[in-house]
Design a protein around this ligand. Structure first.
Ligand code: PMP
Length: 350
């Protein structure tokens, strides 16, 4: 830390992203990226947009918001687009948390970082023994609720009816549903937006839409909430979506059928992975996401992570007490999963 760093931030523990090694090529199953490239149209449109990079992008992102809205039965004024969904989550913490915030003790690690960054009092609500969320814990509370659905790193989903019960239980506070992984078997809460003015749904192009490298996320909510988020966007970075990303996003949305097909492949590969891991003696949580969370009675989580890394396969390990026996494994292509499963088999036999 330099002697000039603001005392406001000196105590901050920043978010630790998953490893993005640049040295050697791994079978990369640690940050829930898609094994599929963006659609050919998305790539071509981004390449074409490169010729206009001397100009700023459209700060209103009007066309992208219209197309995205149409996908969810919403209008452009019910959509905001952001630099990854991390940015819309960041805005939501700034915008809607004057009464504090609650989220599960095991969830996306960035929620805690945002709460600390913006000095918002927060409470982490323990998951049940089986790693599920008890929705009763979130009903009728005055604090803003953040729930990842499906949750991470467990992959376990809530139903729309369960989330609606939380939203309905206190119409005077906000509920934010982070749907980063919803396309792999969860149910989107977007249809509830017409009914509730205290609900923000966030989503991303990073997972099901194969665009993690482009950084494109979005928020869906009633127009008044979107306006609040836009106030913060224009107060921080009005050109948050660059021309290449905007073009790629528009192209990818035209190819929504390809996205659906890719999701179906991931769901199949997930089922295959769960079956083989279970046969090998792993305890695997019931995932509705593009990753599985698994532990084995004969090998510690960290040990397995390190041995896999040594053999060129990268998964995500968390040191937190209740998580440390597990690893979070991204579901990739069938070939990637076979490489993982064969290697795990070798490690267990050694
Ligand atoms: N929410 C959850 C639950 C995530 O796991 C991630 C990915 N790290 C994000 C949001 C943010 O993803 P992105 O900024 O790439 O949209």
């Amino acid at each position: 830390m330099s002697r000039f760093f603001s005392r406001n931030f000196a105590g901050l523990t920043p978010y630790t992203p998953g490893e993005q090694p640049q040295d050697k090529k791994y079978v990369k199953l640690n940050t829930n990226e898609s094994p599929f490239p963006p659609s050919a149209r998305a790539q071509a449109m981004a390449a074409k947009a490169a010729a206009g990079l001397q100009l700023y992008p459209d700060p209103t992102c009007r066309v992208l918001r219209e197309r995205l809205g149409a996908l969810y039965g919403l209008t452009a004024d019910e959509v905001i687009v952001t630099n990854g969904s991390d940015e819309v989550l960041s805005f939501a913490f700034m915008a809607f948390c004057d009464n504090g915030v609650i989220f599960p003790d095991i969830t996306y690690g960035f929620y805690r970082v945002f709460a600390e960054l913006y000095r918002i009092p927060f409470e982490e609500i323990p998951l049940k023994e089986d790693f599920t969320i008890d929705i009763e814990d979130y009903k009728g509370r005055k604090e803003t609720v953040f729930i990842a659905n499906p949750n991470a790193p467990t992959g376990i989903p809530l139903t729309v009816a369960e989330i609606e019960a939380i939203v309905r239980s206190n119409p005077h506070r906000m509920v934010v549903v982070d749907e980063a992984y919803v396309d792999f078997g969860g149910e989107s809460c977007a249809p509830l937006i017409a009914k509730y003015d205290n609900l923000l749904v966030t989503g991303t192009f990073s997972k099901s839409r194969s665009m993690a490298g482009a950084r494109l996320g979005f928020g869906l909510a009633c127009p008044a909430l979107i306006q609040d988020l836009e106030t913060l966007r224009y107060s921080t970075n009005p050109y948050n979506i660059n021309r290449l990303t905007m073009a790629a996003g528009l192209g990818q949305l035209v190819d929504e059928e390809e996205t659906r097909r890719n999701c179906r492949a991931i769901i199949q590969n997930r089922q295959y992975t769960i079956t083989v891991l279970s046969e090998m003696g792993f305890d695997v949580l019931p995932s509705a996401a593009n990753f599985v969370f698994a532990k084995h009675p004969a090998i510690g989580g960290k040990d397995l992570y390190l041995q896999l890394k040594e053999k060129g396969i990268l998964v995500r390990h968390f040191d937190k007490e209740r998580l440390k026996e597990y690893n979070r494994i991204t579901v990739g292509s069938r070939e990637q999963m076979d490489a993982l499963l064969t290697t795990i088999k070798e490690i267990l036999e050694e």
